[in-house]
Design a protein. Structure first.
Length: 304
């Protein structure tokens, strides 16, 4: 009798320990939600400041040019005026150098007076030191902000892959991964705006990204608490092992190359009521083909 009870008690103790750890972790995540949420600004499109961009552009462009050796091609393919939906692949963790490089290049090419906004996860806007992004036109990723930006006649940069793509392993650097998300296509159709793919490489070489940490995020219920489906794990400066990337990191000076593709009129090319799966496969396929070419042209990681 006693021998039959011992395994049961041990199993029960082990299960209880797992529940305890899980409960504590969930409680900790919940306790952090309030302070983090309070740091998230109610981003407003009116916070974009052309004067601030004009003043800071030269210094930041020097950093982008010499540190990331930025090479942005095809800006002339973007319609010179009117609303346009720019759709990019996303790389580099919470500090995304490809977004910085493209924003600087766009503002330099078209001038700071042209309205240009970028959608970002709320938590990016809450990170220490990144509040100034709002002055460059970075706003919280929401349907309301996307519609408002395009209705104002602005160019809008979106990253359908979001946190799922930006934290993919470095081994998948040359892979476009929107995780099947098609909201950007519905937005382009509803607003009747051209869709311009923007393909970047190099960002996933600014740290050694190991895993998205989806199971960790699920166990901590971060999707429900903070709209986070990942808790990425990477090797990055200055932390070494970097879990979550919430404190940011010092990106390695990887060469960032960005290629703008030809505009796509979704309705004209695919019809007024297209099969979104077909359109998605076509757009992502074009981007992946370009990314394959950019990857083939790189000699070494980081060096480019």
């Amino acid at each position: 009798m006693s021998e039959s009870r011992v395994p049961a008690r041990n199993g029960g103790s082990a299960a209880g320990a797992v529940r305890l750890v899980s409960g504590l972790a969930t409680g900790l995540a919940g306790a952090l939600t309030g302070p983090i949420a309070r740091r998230i600004p109610t981003a407003d499109l009116d916070e974009r400041d052309p004067d601030y961009i004009r003043e800071t552009l030269p210094g930041l462009w020097m950093v982008a040019s010499f540190y990331f050796r930025a090479d942005v091609r095809g800006l002339e393919r973007i319609p010179a005026e009117g609303p346009v939906l720019l759709v990019g692949n996303h790389s580099g963790g919470n500090l995304t150098p490809d977004t910085l490089v493209f924003t600087l290049a766009f503002s330099t090419y078209f001038g700071v007076e042209r309205r240009f906004f970028q959608l970002a996860h709320n938590l990016v806007l809450a990170m220490p030191g990144l509040g100034s992004l709002r002055k460059y036109g970075t706003v919280a990723a929401s349907s309301a902000n996307a519609h408002k930006a395009l209705d104002s006649g602005a160019a809008l940069l979106v990253y359908p892959g979001g946190d799922y793509e930006v934290h993919r392993p470095s081994s998948e650097s040359a892979h476009v991964d929107f995780d099947g998300r098609q909201g950007f296509l519905r937005l382009a159709l509803e607003k009747e705006v051209p869709l311009v793919p923007v393909v970047a490489i190099g960002g996933q070489e600014t740290a050694l990204f190991l895993t998205r940490g989806e199971r960790i995020a699920s166990a901590l219920r971060l999707d429900r608490l903070l709209r986070l489906k990942v808790v990425p794990i990477s090797i990055a400066l200055p932390w070494g092992l970097n879990i979550g990337d919430m404190a940011g990191h010092l990106p390695l000076p990887a060469k960032i190359t960005i290629q703008v593709l030809d505009p796509i009129d979704v309705e004209e090319e695919f019809g007024g009521d297209p099969d979104l799966d077909e359109v998605y496969a076509s757009v992502v396929g074009r981007m992946q083909h370009t990314l394959d070419d950019l990857a083939a042209a790189r000699r070494l990681p980081v060096i480019g």
